[in-house]
Design a protein around this ligand. Structure first.
Ligand SMILES: NC(=O)c1ccc[n+]([C@@H]2O[C@H](COP(=O)([O-])OP(=O)(O)OC[C@H]3O[C@@H](n4cnc5c(N)ncnc54)[C@H](OP(=O)(O)O)[C@@H]3O)[C@@H](O)[C@H]2O)c1
Length: 274
């Protein structure tokens, strides 16, 4: 049995699908325990990663665990997982966990990795760069008009699709040989924000124009969705330039045997969201 946390989210839903398609038994956990949209045969369960007592009973019979990072109950959940016989945990982390910088994002990712290392469980860390699904944040603007305002105009990143993060995670959950490995994963091309807007326009048949936000506008815009310490972390990464996500890495191809999806492929698969 596999337990997938964050199972209704961008990555978790793809991990559930990958395991179900491989014929594996899956429990799909979220706070809501929502079953809608899950593949046939997958059991939806409710559990809150900030409240370990709500996760304990769904660990029963689980062999491998896919874990979202940064929740308060993590140490306790890992101890309970070990006690109930879980053998392996695959942690969704992030590339910034490799940085020796004290900001809100590196702090929670590094803490999550440290707790997993200390748990006594066998583990794999999947460290993605920025997700292609972050482009969903542009959907409201795109529905309203052709001008698309974006932060960090000059920052090139090799964004990865949640599908490919999940393909790597599913391998690590199902197969031997991934124990103690850190998998830093990227997409197949390094793009500027304006490249992504252009590609979205092509896919949607629209003539979209990119306009850069000033730093103050970017802070205000991101501040509507993230707490201030997270916005500060994004500025450390992409304005101070301490995080380089521009490099294309071969990890997805090496681990899965397939090339990672392009942004255009991701956009075509998510056209309805725009
Ligand atoms: N976006 C990026 O560029 C990026 C880059 C590197 C790493 N990451 C990491 O990836 C994570 C985001 O992954 P994603 O995009 O798949 O997330 P997402 O789409 O926001 O989904 C979050 C999932 O977690 C569940 N959840 C939220 N709070 C929970 C709680 N307290 N207990 C149990 N489940 C909870 C949600 O369902 P319910 O709300 O129903 O519980 C949902 O299933 C980030 O949190 C970050 O740590 C992101």
């Amino acid at each position: 049995m596999y337990l997938v946390t964050g199972a209704t989210g961008n990555v978790g839903a793809e991990v559930v699908r990958a395991l179900a398609e491989a014929g594996e038994p899956v429990r799909a956990m979220s706070r809501s325990g929502r079953a809608e949209g899950l593949p046939p045969g997958v059991a939806a369960v409710a559990g809150d990663l900030n409240r370990p007592e709500t996760v304990r009973e769904v660990l029963d019979g689980v062999r491998s665990l896919f874990l979202m990072p940064g929740y308060e109950g993590q140490s306790r959940i890992l101890a309970d997982a070990r006690a109930s016989g879980v053998a392996h945990v695959v942690l969704l982390s992030g590339k910034s966990a490799e940085l020796d910088d004290d900001n809100a994002v590196t702090r929670y990712l590094r803490a999550a990795e440290s707790q997993v290392r200390a748990s006594g469980l066998s583990w794999t860390f999947v460290r993605p760069v920025s997700f292609m699904s972050n482009a969903l944040a542009l959907a409201d603007q795109i529905r309203k008009g052709d001008e698309v305002r974006v932060p960090f105009l000059g920052v090139r990143t090799a964004d990865i699709s949640p599908y490919d993060i999940a393909q790597v995670a599913a391998r690590a959950l199902r197969e031997a040989g991934h124990e103690g490995r850190v998998r830093t994963v990227t997409g197949p091309e390094s793009l500027l924000p304006s490249d992504r807007v252009r590609i979205l326009g092509e896919v949607l048949g629209r003539d979209l124009r990119t306009v850069g936000l000033t730093d103050d506008e970017a802070r205000a815009s991101m501040g509507a969705h993230f707490p201030a310490p997270y916005v500060d972390a994004f500025f450390r990464f992409f304005v101070d330039g301490i995080l380089d996500e521009s490099q294309v890495l071969p990890t997805v191809q090496e681990v899965t045997g397939a090339a990672p999806r392009t942004f255009e492929q991701w956009a075509r698969a998510h056209m309805d969201a725009f």
